[in-house]
Design a protein around this ligand. Structure first.
Ligand code: NAD
Length: 506
């Protein structure tokens, strides 16, 4: 454990319990679970393991705080978020150390995640004071149409382990801005960042009960109990498409609002006219950010046949320079995968693809060391329809396929049920616009291997999800429209009524 994490734990500064109604407490069954350091496989912390009864207590606290929180001045919500932004930036090192400890990414990537998370706090601090409405006269002039926005109500927020601070922040910030209360359920592999974040939100001034946190090893039982309770009004989920489908079915029982940020299978298309230096730089980012454990990771490299060999050589050279190691070591480029299950899954995907005839250019062997490491790996000639091209790899494995014309590239890129992000490299503006328009994804990185931005709408189409996080419309995920029809028959001016235009029905 580094000095920074130690200092967070010092003198009990980092709670490891449940947050319910502003109080940190133990789980009702007094059960705890262990959080592992994936770089060593050793225990890092012991955290309270919430039961369904604890989660219902958390929902009761959220429901109890809802009316007052909804009535709070937008300026107050904005100030709390702004304060949280500055507190988080001021504690970048401690939070980065915590992210690295429980998730494994390198400290430099963890620092970038802290800044990304803080960006959502700042963005939604600004959005909180811009929740507007409309006012107009009805078509027949007998009413005024007043449209306002109100908070949806208590929300269940379920987050994954791969960005243990940014994913909670991306949900909590707009919910706070909109005036919603929350029950946050972090991933069991990485609850510490959420706990520390919740504590920071309280320090920033968030009233008791607005944010409740229930780490658990029994997510299914908790979410089922919460989603059967009519006090809950929304579920916002980031995670796999399989779990998203299940939650959508459960949400239908009480007709809950849903936001779903699900899995991806991003194509990374490199046209023959691309700037190859830029494409290789972008490929490194799109493939290796977060050790490849990102929903927006490039999953299939589709490279024009004329440049495929050169692209492969360059990518292999760049990837072979990367040092694997404990993320806290400043020499480390790539940390471990999250756990043994994930590492073994990636190893099996590579093994079966090579066994089916693919060519291995780099990596492909689990190193003999403690922790859950997998090396940077490059494959070409994967058989058509291979599982590695259909499923999210979630590891540092680049699979390069070739195409010969634009139509074939688009067909290959879109041959997936996912539609989160696509990457496209070309220097031809007309081709760029034409292909961006036809790529079936919610986001396109055009000559760029990175699309995450608090000010942009993050989200997917097809089976990659519903709704958007961030951007100008991000706050709407936590707002309902209310329309008030105001009778104005006595208000209508009795001035001149224009004669109908010839042929028009009066
Ligand atoms: P996961 O679906 O297994 O788990 C995500 C969360 O759901 C965790 O908190 C988990 O405890 C909880 N969960 C699991 N089963 C549940 C159930 N039956 N009921 C309620 N909650 C349940 O996903 P993961 O392995 O933690 O994360 C990786 C996945 O997340 C990948 O598919 C990745 O693409 C996706 N992801 C998507 C985005 C996005 O914005 N689209 C961002 C990050 C990750």
């Amino acid at each position: 454990m580094t000095d920074n994490t130690t200092s967070l734990y010092a003198a009990g500064r980092l709670p490891t319990g449940l947050l319910v109604g502003g109080e940190w407490r133990t789980a009702s069954a007094a059960a705890t679970f262990t959080v592992e350091n994936p770089a060593t496989g050793e225990p890092a912390a012991s955290v309270a393991d919430a039961t369904a009864a604890d989660a219902l207590d958390a929902l009761a606290a959220a429901a109890g705080a809802q009316a007052q929180w909804a009535a709070s001045p937008p300026g107050l919500r904005s100030r709390i978020l702004r304060r949280a932004h500055y507190l988080l930036i001021g504690r970048r090192e401690q939070f980065a150390a915590l992210i690295t400890l429980e998730m494994g990414k390198s400290l430099s990537e963890a620092r970038a995640e802290v800044d990304y998370a803080a960006g959502y706090l700042r963005w939604f601090a600004e959005e909180a004071v811009r929740i507007d409405g409309t006012w107009k006269t009805s078509e027949d002039g007998t009413a005024r149409v007043l449209v306002t926005h109100e908070p949806v109500g208590p929300c269940l927020l379920i987050t994954p382990w791969n960005a243990p601070l940014a994913m909670p922040a991306r949900k909590v910030a707009p919910a706070v801005a909109a005036g919603c209360t929350m029950v946050l359920k972090p991933a069991p592999q990485t609850p510490l960042s959420s706990i520390a974040f919740a504590e920071l939100m309280i320090e920033a001034g968030l009233p008791d009960g607005v944010l409740n946190v229930v780490p658990t090893t029994d997510a299914a039982a908790l979410s089922d109990a919460l989603m059967r309770d009519s006090r809950l009004r929304k579920v916002s989920f980031t995670g796999s498409t399989a779990v998203g489908r299940l939650l959508l079915a459960q949400a239908s029982r009480n007709v809950l609002r849903t936001s779903m940020e699900l899995g991806g299978n991003a194509p990374f298309v490199v046209c023959a006219d691309a700037d190859l230096d830029a494409a290789v730089d972008g490929a490194m980012t799109a493939k290796l950010r977060n050790i490849g454990e990102a929903c927006i990771a490039a999953n299939r490299f589709l490279v024009h046949a004329d440049i495929a060999e050169e692209f492969t050589d360059r990518l292999v050279r760049r990837m072979s320079d990367l040092a694997l190691g404990d993320g806290t070591d400043s020499c480390t480029h790539l940390g471990p995968l999250i756990d043994a299950t994930q590492r073994d899954r990636v190893a099996e995907l590579v093994y079966e693809t090579v066994a089916a005839g693919a060519e291995l250019h780099l990596g492909g062997r689990v190193p003999d060391r403690a922790g859950y490491f997998y090396p940077p790996t490059v494959l070409t000639r994967a058989p058509a329809g291979a599982r590695i091209s259909r499923e999210e790899i979630f590891g540092p494995v680049a699979v390069i396929h070739t195409f010969t014309d634009e139509e074939e590239a688009l067909e290959m890129a879109n041959a997936t049920e996912f539609g989160l992000v696509s990457y496209l490299y070309t220097r031809d503006l007309a081709r760029a616009l034409r292909m961006s328009g036809r790529l079936e994804s919610g986001m396109v990185g055009l000559n760029r291997g990175y699309v995450s931005d608090p000010g942009a709408p993050f989200g997917g189409i097809k089976q990659s999800g519903l709704g958007r996080e961030g951007g100008n419309s991000g706050i709407e995920e936590y707002l309902e429209q209310k329309y008030v029809a105001i009778d104005s028959t006595g208000v209508v001016s009795t001035g001149v009524v224009p004669a109908p235009v010839a042929g028009e029905q009066p």
